[in-house]
Design a binder for this molecule. Sequence first.
Ligand code: XMP
Length: 522
Amino acid sequence: MTQHASQHQRLLIIDFGSQVTQLIARRLRELSVYCEIHPFNRVDAAFLRTFAPRAVILSGGPASVFAEGAPMPPAEVFTLGVPVLGICYGQQLMMHCLGGKVERGHGTAEFGRAFVSAAGGGLDLLEGWFEAGREQVWMSHGDHVSALAPGFAVYGTSPNAPFAITADPARHFYAVQFHPEVHHTPGGARMLGNFVRLAGFAGDWTMGAYRDEAIRAIRGQVGDARVICGLSGGVDSSVAAVLIHEAIGDQLTCVFVDHGLLRLNEAEEVVTMFRDHYNIPLIHADESDLFLGALEGVADPEVKRKTIGRLFIDVFQKHAAEVGGAAFLAQGTLYPDVIESVSFSGGPSVTIKSHHNVGGLPEKMGLRLVEPLRELFKDEVRALGRELGLPEQFIGRHPFPGPGLAIRCPGEITREKLEILRRADAVFIDQIRRHGLYDAIWQAFAAILPMRTVGVMGDGRTYDYALGLRAVTSVDGMTADYYPFSHEFLSETATRIINEVQGVNRVFYDVTSKPPGTIELE
Ligand code: XMP
């Protein structure tokens, strides 16, 4: 917990390993409530005293309260005197810990959509619920509650869940069997809103307040030392840079490494915004020859990524030395990167791709980190960017990977391929913007496929590159669905690309979701 977070009313989410725990936090942040997610095995009585939550939420999770060593909350959660909401496994825990009964879910497991009807009297948690009859909710559980803990009563039932909504209103303990945090529970945000209101949250977490506090905290941390910041042109590092510049002015120098793998006009746009619009000291390191030279003949995705990552660190280090005596490195690390999630598998996860960032630099260079976005989700970073006056076109930008176009050019990279890719990508994005679809899509881009195919244009034969288009929807990049463009859109876009970009005679649209695919091609 950082200094400025501690000034806010705080809600604690204890994580028991649900796939959707992060969504609880996102919904609460949307309600202007500051919350943090902590794994159950890090929360004990001392932690609770220091954190001093105004309310606690127990997340769902894959375990069974019957399993040996089943994850449990510390007993003190129930004696803090603050409202507690248990969700799914959290509900079973509350019953188990408070004197109710849970049964194994033989035959009564319920997954997916269900409908809950009102039972019992009115409940503060349910204000606005059941006005139009039953409520749709999203269930995902095996075990279920079979007897309530003393003080609890039922306030909602579904055909397979007689204890769908339970509560002990006197103690402000609430326990629900479904997931109010997911979109498939349309009234879920309202329920969470009721919960934080009855817990007395004033909604004091706003980006305006955050900006002022972050500026004070950065000044306190940095003093009169110098800070360097690696800019990628993406939203996170840009917002971090502008925020830090507001705090410490020209003590900050940004380093923008152009590795020759950027999109059309990208370098100019970034440099113009930082130098001309914000007057932030910026080193524009054009190192495209170095990177493209090292990548010549390299076709293996991991070798590409590692080469780019290594050169990036070398180049950054070289230019950072020009700043002279920087003591801090600024990074746009976000909250999802710092949340410790509960792993039940125990083993290390497989490396699918070596992600490239400036990891490894701080130790090498003896730098301390400034990470002013560590408490924020992506949508909050965007809101902060607006607060700081960044142009909307910059804020709403789709994510762009560190290795840039290299991983959208499977096989060997050549300058010719990169040029085709840049032009085709620009047409695709222009099409998406013209059709008003940009904001509905998480990420869209063109990729140049490692093959040439035969075509016919005019009366002549062509033997040109094939291009792949990819557009996905996602909430965090971890899973994704392909975007369902209309056939008209696809054929108009393919026609434009083939007409406007020399060297392409065929266009494919990628309809793979993630998993099994990944978003980028390499
Ligand atoms: P994948 O391809 O793994 O991508 O499904 C998930 C998200 O991460 C981005 N991505 C990266 N971002 N450095 C980055 O900063 C990387 O090396 C990198 N590789 C993938 C990708 O664009 C997508 O948003």
